[in-house]
Design a protein. Structure first.
Length: 201
């Protein structure tokens, strides 16, 4: 195979530029934010040309979609791992899932801001993709919780989606507040909402 610039093939060079843009967007979309981050700024941080940007992404919206997808996929993996390691009871599964979600999202402020605040500032297509990705996470949690027939009502899917939405708002408030609640309180509140919803009859 022919080697290109700096010993990389054209495909490897494209992948390298794409990864550098993802890393730049991960920081810049979080602060100063999606609306304030221009393509020129992203290219400067990633050390690529504006022309090279459009070889990787059609625009900022597609780049935000890719960054958000990686954030959600990483978060989902953390939640799955935590729930698999937790005791096989409804309470333990709920606690493990909520704790892993909140802790992992907020472990990096950039991830937290992108997932709860900045992704919503993109266009309608990105927001539709946001809902789609969160629905996949909800389906995973629904499948795990539905294995407890005495604790999970028939409409568990809607309840999981609703509580995930509420968790998003709790985290948005946590990030925006000058004096936020302790993170453990956010976890306790989220777990309580899940338990109350799932056991309601």
């Amino acid at each position: 195979m022919a080697r290109g610039y700096r010993g990389m093939t054209p495909e490897e060079r494209l992948a390298d530029r794409r990864e550098r843009l993802l890393l730049a967007a991960y920081t810049e979309f979080a602060d100063p934010g999606f609306s304030e981050t221009t393509i020129e700024r992203l290219c400067a941080v990633a050390r690529i040309s504006n022309r090279a940007f459009y070889e990787c992404f059609t625009g900022r919206q597609e780049l935000m979609r890719a960054v958000f997808e990686r954030c959600v996929d990483d978060t989902t993996a953390a939640v799955v791992q935590a729930m698999r390691a937790a005791p096989d009871t409804l309470d333990a599964q709920v606690e493990a899932g909520v704790r892993a979600y909140v802790r992992f999202v907020t472990a990096d402020r950039r991830r937290a801001r992108i997932m709860t605040l900045e992704v919503r500032r993109a266009d309608d297509r990105v927001n539709a993709f946001r809902r789609q990705k969160l629905a996949v996470l909800a389906q995973m949690m629904e499948k795990a919780l539905s294995e407890f027939p005495d604790g999970a009502p028939d409409n568990v899917r809607m309840l999981v989606l609703g509580v995930l939405g509420a968790l998003q708002e709790l985290l948005a408030d946590y990030l925006a507040s000058p004096k936020p609640e302790h993170l453990d309180e956010v976890i306790r509140t989220g777990a309580h909402m899940f338990r109350a919803s799932l056991t309601a009859r």
